[in-house]
Design a protein around this ligand. Structure first.
Ligand code: AMP
Ligand code: MG
Length: 298
């Protein structure tokens, strides 16, 4: 069966943000695909992605930024590991955003993200991002205080103002040739509970568990409300959100891979053609190399 990726992607891409509701996406959805089929499709997609990335790199004009957001244990790391497994590490940069350092707090909230934007020809992956500044910081407003923004600048519209700034930032990137795709890995609270238990039960996975995760889990509803608001306010054609069902990791990976492939294919990437004088020159060099006698001492 051919994965009708265009149809499935359309279901998860937020094209009508004003009307978007988180509950319209079932965390356990698998788009009618079974796990075995999904795994072989992902293997094909990983190859396609490798080829597209090579062309992106060769053309050296566009860049792609993937923003991954989601609650703890939603599968962000696993998307990075599996979806990008075939791409050349030279053309790909992953950055994980943690709680900001003192130096980062001394700057505007976009500063640390701006420094990590992908160069032309590259794929950049943000594992969490500047969106944390309208998510975790919104759920814990005391964090906003730590940034020492002049008090007169923080009013009741502070979140709407940040949304405006994020939209403007992403539009700027789009106009400069950096494609932005944003993924909210939508895991259910019940599946998170299972994954946390798994992390606690398996010694090899314990390092992934943090006590903070339990505290954030207690604020689940506040996070969901914050995510819904963020998606409504910032899903735009120049930076669409995909709300990806995340209770089945194999399906999550497939949707993310399909979205990246669709975006890169839309660029119509062509490897640069060598023609005219440059080609003539190359032919001369080739002939000279052929004429060189092979030396036995090498
Ligand atoms: P993890 O992704 O599990 O390694 O956790 C990283 C932690 O850093 C999460 O709890 C995030 O909410 C937190 N974090 C990331 N960015 C920010 C930010 N701008 N302000 C406060 N906390 C943040
Ligand atoms: Mg975590």
């Amino acid at each position: 069966m051919k994965f009708k990726s265009a149809e499935i992607l359309k279901r998860y891409r937020v094209d009508a943000p004003d009307r978007f509701e988180l509950k319209s996406v079932d965390c356990a959805d698998t788009g009618g695909i079974d796990k075995d089929a999904a795994q072989s499709m992902l293997a094909d997609d990983v190859k396609r992605l490798a080829d597209l990335q090579q062309r992106l790199y060769a053309e050296d004009r566009w860049a792609l930024l993937m923003v991954l957001q989601g609650m703890d244990a939603a599968g962000k790391d696993s998307v990075v590991a599996h979806v990008m497994s075939g791409v050349n590490p030279q053309g790909c940069e992953v950055h994980s955003f943690k709680a900001p350092s003192a130096e980062e707090l001394d700057h505007d909230f976009m500063w640390r993200a701006s420094k990590r934007l992908p160069a032309r020809g590259r794929i950049g992956i943000f594992n969490r991002s500047y969106y944390e500044d309208v998510l975790v910081v919104r759920v814990h407003p005391e964090l906003l205080e730590r940034r020492k923004i002049p008090r007169t600048l923080i009013g009741k519209h502070v979140w709407e103002e940040r949304f405006q700034d994020i939209r403007a930032f992403e539009r700027h990137l789009a106009r400069d040739g950096i494609l932005v795709l944003k993924f909210f890995l939508h895991v259910s609270k019940e599946e998170q509970r299972r994954r946390f238990l798994d992390r606690l039960d398996q010694p090899a996975k314990r390092w992934k568990f943090s006590m903070d995760d339990i505290n954030e889990r207690k604020r689940w509803n506040e996070y969901m409300a914050a995510y819904e608001d963020v998606i409504r306010a910032t899903s735009r054609p120049t930076g669409p959100w995909y709300v990806v069902p995340a209770d089945h990791k194999w399906f999550t990976r497939l949707v993310v891979a399909a979205a990246v492939i669709e975006a890169l294919e839309s660029l119509d990437l062509a490897s640069p053609k060598i023609e005219g004088a440059a080609l003539k020159e190359m032919r001369k060099v080739r002939a000279a190399l052929l004429a060189e006698a092979p030396r036995k001492d090498r």
